[in-house]
Design a protein around this ligand. Sequence first.
Ligand SMILES: [Fe+2]
Ligand SMILES: [Fe+2]
Length: 147
Amino acid sequence: MTPNTVTNFYSHDHDELDAYFKNFQDTKMQDAKKAKEYFGKFKHGLERHIEWEESILFPLFEEKTGMKDQGPTAVMRHEHTQIKQYLQAIHENILKDDFNTYQEEDSLLETLQAHNQKEEGILYPAIDRIASEEEQNLIFIQMNLKN
Ligand SMILES: [Fe+2]
Ligand SMILES: [Fe+2]
């Protein structure tokens, strides 16, 4: 396996998740079944992504910097809670075949885009800088165990 950085891997994962969400939005008026599949992939992937961040990446950053309750990861954790609320609201609606979720979709996208920008621009590069090569490798090993 080629060595990967946190910034590269997680930014790519953001892009992949964005594409699932866009596919969901693009298909929901034509093909409900397909739209549900896309949303399912998005939801599952985003929840896994958040779980990796909260259980592996953020604790490493917090341990290395000593910034926990006041630092950037506290803000990111708070935003995850909001993101998951929008995700759940859309999920519950489309379970009932109600695709009129535009407001929740807009809120989700707005929050997620700003969130991802902060992670890609600040937090991930910081983690790449402060983690040793061994710690970087350990991140990906731990992620595979949680896959
Ligand atoms: Fe995040
Ligand atoms: Fe992220």
